[in-house]
Design a protein around this ligand. Structure first.
Ligand code: GLP
Length: 245
């Protein structure tokens, strides 16, 4: 941890210098995923700064997902994400995808209610201004790791009470015969803003994949319009390609 020693070389606040030094040490592999950080007291002594300063730097790095704190055992470099390999050719739900990997899916609700539709929702879902849309926004979590933020819009004529969706949206749609059978998905690159980065516990500005899914019933009617943000450090999207014709 030599890199932690020399922290007072520039004019920046001490906790920011220490934070940068710890980040650099992680980036350069001097401390790796799962490694324990020295105690607050040791870092303070090595760097000749106060424990309050060390605590502030460490807390910031825990917030941004670089470090994790386990009660009773200390502070560690966050374990490296095991990447999720996601097929682009199967119309599956998040809950199903995680179950196949033996992971428990869970959601933290960000929004769940019935609203007048936005112009986009009207166009995609074929709604008029007098109809309503059920919105379900969730932080999607697998084995306690937040992986994605998903904002789904479903016509309220199909899903009048979004509170009926407790875990899986597709399971709830399936119960009323509205499980989609086809979808078109658009993937684009985005950098995360502060609020979303906080929810996904990654540094602000992290690379992410924005996925827009429009899914259809067998009748050809659009059933779902979902905008999702998937962590770039957690997902690989895989498609099988064949010769045309
Ligand atoms: C995936 C899709 C979403 C879909 C969701 C349903 O994550 N990207 O478009 O709404 O699955 O998942 P669940 O049935 O687990 O709620």
């Amino acid at each position: 941890f030599a890199a932690l020693r020399d922290v007072s070389q520039s004019g920046a606040p001490l906790y920011l210098q220490l934070k940068k030094n710890i980040e650099d040490a992680v980036r350069r592999g001097l401390i790796g995923p799962g490694d324990a950080l020295p105690s607050e007291r040791d870092i303070a002594a090595q760097a000749d700064i106060s424990r309050v300063t060390v605590r502030k730097a460490v807390q910031d790095l825990v917030k941004s997902g670089v470090l994790v704190q386990r009660h009773g055992s200390g502070t560690f470099v966050a374990p490296r994400m095991e990447r999720v390999e996601q097929s682009l050719s199967r119309l599956t739900s998040f809950t199903e995808d995680m179950a196949r990997r033996g992971m428990a899916a869970r959601s933290q609700w960000l929004e769940r209610g019935v609203y007048p539709p936005s112009p986009d929702e009207m166009m995609v879902l074929g709604l008029s201004a007098s109809e309503l849309v059920s919105r379900l926004s969730r932080l999607r979590i697998a084995d306690e790791t937040p992986l994605a933020i998903e904002r789904a819009a479903i016509s309220a004529s199909v899903l009048p009470d979004p509170r009926e969706v407790t875990s899986s949206l597709y399971m709830a749609l399936g119960k009323t015969g509205h499980r989609p059978v086809r979808a078109v998905q658009r993937i684009s690159a985005v950098n995360l803003g502060g609020a979303e980065a906080k929810l996904l516990v990654v540094p602000e500005g992290s690379a992410c994949l924005q996925i827009e899914r429009i899914s259809y019933l067998a009748s050809g009617k659009v059933i779902e319009f979902t905008k999702s943000i998937y962590r770039g450090d957690a997902y690989d999207f895989v498609a099988e390609l064949r010769l045309p014709g």
